[in-house]
Design a binder for this molecule. Structure first.
Ligand SMILES: O=P(O)(O)OP(=O)(O)OP(=O)(O)OC[C@H]1O[C@@H](n2cnc3c(O)ncnc32)[C@H](O)[C@@H]1O
Ligand SMILES: [Mg+2]
Length: 173
């Protein structure tokens, strides 16, 4: 199966490769437009970004499966949540959607996002290191390394691939 990943971020590529291990697969990663803000600001917008990336990847890569993984934030009365959403698209069905772990960002980070900054650069500044979003992620920083960004996306991917194989099984009966 030809699986097209709608991102070149290594945490996302790792997650996709981790979750299709049991299937004979070829992986291609493409930079695909999310069609939403660089920093999505609600679950709804983040889901839309994931779906757009999945559909775009499928089409641009001419694959069997397109995968979109998108990071965003979501405002609540308790503070700003970091959220992660994923979508799996094929030509013959509506995209499958699944969400991952979420946690509150510290207020000092949240205020900067509300003022219009993007989490990636804010995290580089906060953690005083480069490429946080391509490595442990904000989740890795704020959980003291207990959970990294690739793991969060791997969990999302397992929810997607699991639902996909379940639907395939139903179709076969
Ligand atoms: O190349 P793409 O796939 O776009 O990878 P990305 O790291 O930009 O990932 P997203 O677009 O999905 O994330 C939206 C923004 O939030 C940032 N972001 C999301 N989760 C993050 C995390 O865990 N750590 C650091 N930055 C994060 C990210 O860098 C972007 O600025
Ligand atoms: Mg991005």
């Amino acid at each position: 199966m030809k699986i097209i990943i709608g991102s070149k971020n290594p945490t996302k590529i790792t997650a996709v490769k981790n979750s299709f291990q049991h299937l004979e697969s070829e992986f291609i990663s493409l930079d695909v437009q999310s069609g939403v803000s660089e920093q999505p600001f609600s679950d709804e917008e983040t889901i839309k970004g994931a779906i757009n990336r999945a559909k775009g990847a499928l089409e641009q890569g001419n694959g069997d499966i397109g995968i979109g993984l998108e990071g965003g934030v979501h405002e609540t009365s308790h503070g700003l949540l970091l959220c992660n959403w994923g979508a799996l698209a094929t030509l013959d069905m509506e995209p499958i959607v699944a969400g991952g772990a979420r946690f509150l960002l510290p207020e000092e980070v949240a205020v900067r996002l509300r003022a219009g900054e993007e989490l990636g650069p804010v995290m580089e500044d906060y953690a005083k290191k480069k490429n946080v979003s391509k490595q442990e992620g904000a989740v890795g920083v704020f959980t003291n390394g207990m959970v990294n960004r690739a793991e969060v996306f791997t969990h999302v991917m397992k929810l997607l691939v699991g639902q996909f194989t379940y639907q395939q099984k139903l179709k076969a009966h």
